[in-house]
Design a protein around this ligand. Structure first.
Ligand SMILES: [Zn+2]
Length: 158
């Protein structure tokens, strides 16, 4: 029996869904009913009989550490595609390690296009550079498509 704790976050959502790691069944909860349990771990019992723990993450800025190879390019002025490594991701944004040559032309407020594989699909989106630390960039998503948001949200849950 799995004792793994899943993390879900519910801010700004109508409902949240958890997936039983044992049988794959989905179970949904109204976000409103979870609010008072924010920041706590709650037990969930699946229809298959398995019990597991769900941590109700209060912050919608919860960042999941990842190590995903992707690429990016500048929009204005346009640049060639370069490799970057995604270091963490949240529903609002992400942090990337760009490599020294990639940093030459990047400044705060720049708009970048990025591409990276996640959950079996290729995510393409626009970000704005919000902070720069050496060769690392913190960026915020802009105009994210629903599908991409859904895939990222799902990744953050498991
Ligand atoms: Zn189950």
């Amino acid at each position: 029996m799995s004792t793994m704790t899943q993390t879900v976050f519910f801010e700004g959502k109508k409902s949240v869904t958890v997936v039983c790691q044992h049988c794959g069944r989905f179970k949904s909860f109204e976000a409103e009913r979870l609010r008072s349990h924010g920041g706590k771990t709650v037990p969930v019992k699946c229809a298959c009989g398995v019990r597991f723990q769900v941590f109700l993450e209060r912050r919608d800025t919860y960042r999941k550490p990842v190590a995903i190879r992707g690429c990016y390019w500048c929009v204005e002025p346009g640049s060639i595609k370069r490799w970057m490594t995604l270091e963490n991701i949240s529903l609002n944004g992400l942090r990337m390690e760009m490599g020294p040559e990639g940093m030459e032309k990047i400044t705060l407020g720049d708009k970048l296009k990025i591409e990276f594989p996640l959950g079996g699909v290729e995510i393409r989106c626009s970000v704005v550079v919000r902070n720069i630390l050496g060769t690392r960039i913190g960026a915020e998503f802009v105009n994210m498509e629903y599908k991409a948001r859904e895939v990222i949200g799902f990744t953050l849950m498991v």
